[in-house]
Design a protein around this ligand. Structure first.
Ligand SMILES: C[S@@+](CC[C@H](N)C(=O)[O-])C[C@H]1O[C@@H](n2cnc3c(N)ncnc32)[C@H](O)[C@@H]1O
Length: 289
């Protein structure tokens, strides 16, 4: 730990924020790399004559901040971590930074499977950092889960995140294209979840540079109309779900009605469009027969 005066720190902080960027990202950097939480910041304002302890020196923190401002690299990638629900997860540019709206998928599952003692057998297709599967494995300790991804690097990160978050062993990681790693579980899944790449080409081309230049294309791009992967997932889902098994999909803000049609066409029932906290039909869910 490095000790510096609060006065020096506050002057430095003011200088950094005057360069641009948002306060939230700066606070994220101070917390994750500097070891100075929001709470610490509130306390030093009460006692500006005191000292402050930092995990890294100001030059190091400044170099990360400058990199963020200059190249628009997401602060989570530069710090190597993100927060999602109550988890602290490792992230690198091999995985999508899990979004706050995706946190709701876990609540949708909680609403469907109300008993935490449930012996669920679930699969997540396209796990990325592992966020959703880790949250479910911990919430349902008697469950068995399989988290898949086409990207082996992503699976390595997801595995590390699971080990860091839990002492449980009820989640396995398998690589491959959508349903292919799940061949041996055909007809056995109570639940399949996916937040697949769903951004249509036009939108992908216009994404902000902090997303397009840094987050993996394989995690974002969903083909011409954005529905390429969703179509494939829905079409094959009936082979893998148990009778009355659930499929939960995240989709782009304007895709819910089309996803609903695809579910109907593939004989799903109990179909529902679930809105996110901004009132957008972000999730489409259904039951196989
Ligand atoms: C939108 S990201 C979602 C990541 C994570 N589940 C989340 O919600 O933050 C989509 C994920 O699907 C994976 N993916 C893309 N194409 C795939 C495919 N053909 N088969 C399996 N996974 C795929 C990507 O590598 C990426 O991790």
């Amino acid at each position: 730990m490095l000790c510096i005066s609060v006065k020096e720190f506050l002057l430095w902080k003011k200088k950094q924020l005057s360069k641009g960027g948002d306060k939230q990202s700066f606070a994220f950097l101070l917390d994750c790399v500097g070891g100075v939480s929001d709470n610490d910041l509130n306390l030093i304002i009460i006692n500006p004559q005191g000292n402050l302890y930092l995990k890294k020196n100001l030059e190091f923190l400044e170099s990360i901040w400058d990199d963020h401002l200059l190249n628009s690299c997401p602060i989570q990638y530069l710090c190597g971590i993100t927060f999602w629900r109550d988890f602290k997860l490792i992230v690198s540019n091999k995985v999508l930074i899990p979004r706050p709206e995706t946190e709701l998928i876990v609540d949708i599952v909680f609403n469907i499977f109300r008993k935490k003692s449930e012996k669920l057998f679930f699969a997540e297709l396209g796990t990325g950092s592992g966020a959703i599967s880790i949250a479910l494995s911990l919430a349902y300790p008697l469950s068995e889960g399989v988290a898949t991804d086409i990207d082996q690097d992503a699976l390595e990160i997801a595995t590390k995140n699971f080990i860091n978050s839990s002492k449980q062993s009820n989640l396995k990681f398998c690589s491959g294209n959508w349903w292919s790693p799940l061949e041996r579980f055909k007809g056995n899944l109570d639940l399949a979840i996916s937040n697949p790449p769903y951004i249509p080409r036009d939108t992908y081309e216009k994404l902000p540079k902090e997303v397009k230049n840094f987050e993996p294309k394989v995690a974002l791009f969903g083909g011409e109309d954005g529905l390429k992967h969703i179509r494939e997932i829905i079409q094959k889902a009936p082979l893998f779900l148990k009778e009355k098994g659930w499929l939960i999909l995240e989709n782009h803000f304007d895709q819910s009605e089309k996803v609903k049609e695809l579910l109907i066409k593939n004989k799903f029932t109990s179909i529902e469009i679930v809105k996110d906290l901004s009132g957008i039909g972000r999730f489409t869910i259904g039951r196989y027969k």
